[in-house]
Ligand binder design. Sequence first.
Ligand code: SF4
Length: 398
Amino acid sequence: MTLQLKIPEKYAVGKGCDADRSLGDLLLRTEMSTKGNTSRLPKEYMGISDEELVRRIGEAKAKLGAKLVILGHHYQRDEIIRWADFRGDSFKLARHAASHPEAEAIVFCGVHFMAETADILAAPHQRVILPNLSAGCSMADMAPTEDVLQCWDDLQAMAGVKGKVIPVTYMNSTAALKAFCGANGGIVCTSSNAAAVVKWAFERGEKVLFFPDQHLGRNTGLKMGYGLDDMLVWDPFQPMGGNSEAAYRKTAFILWNGHCSVHKRFTVDQVNEARKRVPGVKILVHPECVHEVVGIADAVGSTEFIIQTVTDSPPGSAWAVGTEINLVKRLAQEQPDKLIFCLDPVICPCSTMYRVHPAYLAWVLEALVKGNVVNEIKVDGEVARWAKVALERMLATT
Ligand code: SF4
């Protein structure tokens, strides 16, 4: 027997933000009028009906066959996910690309840093394509290279700090930041292995400089038994990051002042409200959420962990999930015998992930059929080399 559970009206997905249609259309129009956008969609791809896009994408994909692999991040909309040969989080997808050398073209339906990682791990003959070049990640953009280098120079100029700091960057960061970590004895982490990676860093230094998500850094430190008073936030808009030299000498964690605009929205009030409205509901959140929310959740973990936890739960279970709405909505659709809803009743999708509209996918695939590569992501030699060093350290550690 299949249980059909009704989501309380307040938590119906898409409330307050029409995640299904309006944002995609708005972005298509907006992008056509943005000067200097190198990813401008050719005019002939504007205004194509949904049915026609489905037909054209399907036709192009069939013509390209095994020479093409399409990767779809879990936060992509359904109209894109339906074409993905593989679904996953960013690192899992990048590894898929590397394990399919027969694919000459890798179309990464995600955001910029993900396509960069795929290019770093891919074979030299593979071309990585991001359908819309303006699909970035606001969190990755919060740690620009010049600010990172300024921070590093400041820390290295402090007696008692110099030589003691190991840089660690979350996968959700630019290739340049990964390369910085690789070149300075540091490492990359994911949301699943952050604690093991930070342990690795503390075996090599006395302090960890964690980029770019302060929340993942803080939650990882707390999980490892450190206290909030073992952590400082480096604010790149303040001289010396906003703290005294004495404070840096004392601290164990220096957390970059970055955050994910999607996961930062979840609050303690939302957790309390969900528990009040749905007795027995389990709260399941991503570690990019603030520590106050993580601290009272029933379970915390990466995107893959969230999917697995919900999937493994018995029929009739109820889950309030603190992560991106496209994934939550898909979990709810695919598992109708459970009550699955987003912790934030008015949440919008990751707006940059949403920039990959099917019209962009049709454009890049039809270009490939004609022998043209558009919107290629290529990481420069030295940057790729050092970023790979940081990634390989992670692989050897976890
Ligand atoms: S969900 Fe957050 S971390 Fe992921 S791409 Fe969007 S802004 Fe970046």
